[in-house]
Write a protein that binds this ligand. Structure first.
Ligand SMILES: Cc1cc2nc3c(=O)[nH]c(=O)nc-3n(C[C@H](O)[C@H](O)[C@H](O)COP(=O)(O)O)c2cc1C
Length: 211
């Protein structure tokens, strides 16, 4: 499927069928998401693949009763880091060094820069917003990748993050729920599949400068 065809094919699925997404296609989708870019490549988030059906059933009640949390093939939770500190930067530097063998000066320079612009930056609110931005970027990439792989999805922020955090025991891991994505295959009776897209026109969205 070509890109625009895939993006017109995809929609936020309301009702999933009971077909299970094969492990190989799921793996490709997760790999595409893993390759998502993030500022400085820091990836301040985790993806939780919730495989416990009883837990998924419980999460429905904390998702405004959206049944797809249980009745889709897979449930992914995008969890953002609650904050990032020096240890997080050090771990990133270790990965960077292992992949690119930085010399000592470059290593020190980058580590100091990340420390200065992120960790030592006193506005926690701003840093948390930055973390959330990175997480949503990965979510967006997952949606596009899924469309190209012909995997149906529904991104969801209609959830109660605090309750997800509690049930998934995220706080001790320094994580907090941002959004979920249900994955699988659309139910043949899901009427939303045939609804026309509602989007800004190209001329409304794209502003040429100068006009
Ligand atoms: C961040 C985000 C959160 C969303 N939350 C929900 C949700 O909780 N439940 C739902 O059914 N759809 C949800 N949607 C789907 C949007 O309503 C849908 O993407 C939008 O109306 C455009 O329609 P389309 O994706 O079907 O083309 C969400 C979409 C995004 C991007």
């Amino acid at each position: 499927m070509h890109l625009l065809e895939a993006l017109n094919w995809r929609y936020a699925v309301k009702q999933f069928s009971n077909h299970t997404l094969e492990e190989t296609r799921l793996h490709t989708l997760l790999e595409a998401t893993r390759l998502s870019p993030s500022a400085y490549g820091l990836q301040p988030y985790k993806l939780l693949l919730v495989e416990d059906q009883a837990l998924r059933a419980e999460l429905v009640t904390h998702s405004y009763d959206q049944q797809k949390v249980l009745h889709s093939s897979h449930l992914l939770v995008f969890a953002a880091c609650r904050d990032i500190g020096s240890e997080f930067i050090r771990e990133h530097m270790t990965r960077l060094h292992a992949a690119r063998q930085l010399d000592e000066a470059a290593h020190q320079g980058m580590q100091q820069h990340y420390q200065l612009v992120l960790v030592d930056q006193p506005n926690t609110e701003q840093r948390q917003q930055w973390i959330r931005d990175q997480t949503f970027l990965a979510l967006g990439n997952l949606l596009t990748s899924a469309a190209l792989l012909q995997i149906d999805t529904c991104p969801m922020t209609g959830i109660i993050p605090e309750q997800y955090d509690r049930l998934l025991e995220l706080e001790p891991h320094g994580l907090t729920t941002l959004a979920t994505v249900t994955l699988g295959f659309r139910h043949p009776h899901d009427d939303y599949a045939s609804q026309p897209k509602v989007r800004l026109g190209m001329e409304e969205l794209v502003m040429r400068v100068p006009a």
